[in-house]
Design a protein around this ligand. Structure first.
Ligand code: NAD
Length: 436
């Protein structure tokens, strides 16, 4: 193995030995990654608290439990997912007798994972798990905006995954330098502006790319929906991580009557979850930094404040807020909110809601609360989005056999479960024709 201190060279050298290919090596790495989560729960929770004041229960559910379930599911099924697919004889008509054909996954090589700050552990280590399951070596670049989590990952990853994975910390200059190198796949999670930078850099080396981006994920609330249940589920998802979740409900589309009832139900649900003063609640997080605090605060001028609205810059606190009667041309409807502000936008009916969704970028997720099969069928058939969730926002990403990813402005490619294996592998075609 050539001697070099360069982490990319080192990871390439490990891949070149061929030892990452066998199922046993892959399972071993996943088992070690599992141990990283299981043995460092306290450290992970502390780092997430330092970066985002992430409530412990939330930190556990999203950043430890979800990845552990994914890893266990992969350990249970990897052998089956890796099984070569053989074509039947009918597909080989015209070829000599005894010919066989099929496909199998092969690893790509050394891949780069660039992670964001909002779920800085899950969104760093889940792609790493996928890359390792596919038999690659992987370089991870965590977000500099979550410095405690980044430092912890830089310490733990080499300890548990020596040779298989490495971490380079840093911000724009370090990432720019990495992007100039050749990788065999780049997996980026973050915003579309940087997504474009990544894609341009990847073009230089013809490197395949997965872009996990964001956007405004709408929620349609039908007249027949039980508003207490809707409000509970919206509050639980929209205000988790103080609204800084890529698949969080961004805004609600509903008719004027339902909007009135929903605003009242949301007020009750916010109080039940966070008490009369959410700032004092251990269950409520903070905005990541002052830049984002200022950006989200400026959106509070839209519509009329139905719930919350209070801010405290010194504490980077923005109350769980619901804005009623928001018009489409107001500031809060011009960009992904990525904060604890939920606008209610009034539409006359489902037709108008569908038109509203289709006039905008394809969202990462589309949600609806409705008892009507016709409404569900129409939303599925007449709109497009990365994922589609009826009845419970954000739950689809907990089903590991569902692909998680965007479409159009919300991204390209997907991962989770078998889809991670597909993302980080090449499906190689093979045809065997007998010589006689
Ligand atoms: P971010 O600023 O942390 O950026 C992500 C990464 O890009 C970081 O590692 C950062 O160092 C790097 N980066 C930033 N600027 C760069 C540049 N000029 N050149 C090269 N690299 C650069 O994260 P963010 O973009 O603020 O995250 C929020 C966005 O991410 C939202 O739009 C959200 O919806 C989206 N998101 C998507 C998902 C998903 O799974 N689809 C998950 C989380 C967040």
């Amino acid at each position: 193995m050539p001697h070099s201190d360069d982490p990319v060279d080192q990871l390439r050298a490990v891949f070149a030995t061929g030892r990452t290919r066998p199922l046993g090596w892959r399972r071993e790495q996943l088992t070690r990654l599992r141990a990283l989560f299981a043995e460092n729960r306290r450290e992970l929770a502390d780092a997430l608290h330092a970066d985002l004041r992430k409530p412990p229960a939330e930190a556990y559910a999203a950043e430890v439990d979800l990845p552990l379930r994914e890893i266990d599911h992969t350990l249970d099924h990897l052998e089956e997912w890796l099984a070569p697919q053989q074509l039947g004889p009918a597909a080989l008509a015209g070829l000599p007798e005894g010919s066989t054909a099929g496909t199998r996954y092969e690893p790509l090589g050394t891949v780069l994972v660039i992670a964001p700050w909002n779920y800085p552990v899950q969104l760093a280590l889940l792609p790493v798990a996928g890359a390792l399951a596919a038999g690659n070596t992987v370089l991870l670049k965590p977000s500099e905006l979550a410095p405690a989590s980044s430092a912890l990952l830089a310490r733990l990853v080499p300890r548990y995954l020596d040779g298989a994975a490495a971490v380079v910390e840093g911000g724009v200059p370090e990432t720019t330098e990495l992007l100039a190198r050749r990788f065999d796949h780049i997996f980026y999670t973050g915003n579309g502006a940087v997504g474009r930078i990544v894609l341009r850099a990847a073009a230089e080396h013809l490197t395949p790319v997965t872009l996990e981006l964001g956007g405004k994920s709408p929620v349609f609330v039908d007249r027949d929906a039980d508003l207490t249940t809707v409000a509970e589920r919206l509050v639980r998802t929209k205000f988790a991580n103080a609204g800084q979740t890529c698949v969080a409900p961004d805004y609600v589309l509903t008719d004027p009557d339902t909007a009135r009832g929903l605003a009242a139900a949301l007020a009750g649900a916010v109080e039940r979850r966070f008490g009369p003063d959410p700032q004092g609640s251990e269950a409520y997080g903070r905005i990541v930094n002052e830049r984002h605090f200022d950006r989200v605060s400026a959106l509070l001028t839209s519509g009329t404040t139905a719930v919350g609205g209070r801010t405290d810059r010194a504490d980077r606190y923005i109350a769980p807020t619901v804005l009623a009667g928001v018009e489409p041309d107001e500031p809060v409807m011009q960009e992904e909110i990525f904060g604890p502000v939920l606008p209610l936008v009034e539409v006359a009916d489902l037709d108008e809601a569908i038109a509203f969704i289709n006039e905008r970028d394809k969202p990462l997720a589309l949600y609806a609360f409705t008892g009507s099969e016709t409404t569900r069928r129409r939303l599925a058939a007449e709109t497009s989005s990365g994922g589609l969730g009826f009845g419970m926002p954000m739950a689809h990403l907990r089903v590991p056999d569902l692909p998680f990813g965007g479409v159009g402005e919300s991204g390209m490619g997907s991962y989770h479960g078998p889809w991670s294996l597909a993302a980080f592998s090449h499906r190689r075609a093979r045809l065997d024709v007998p010589l006689h």
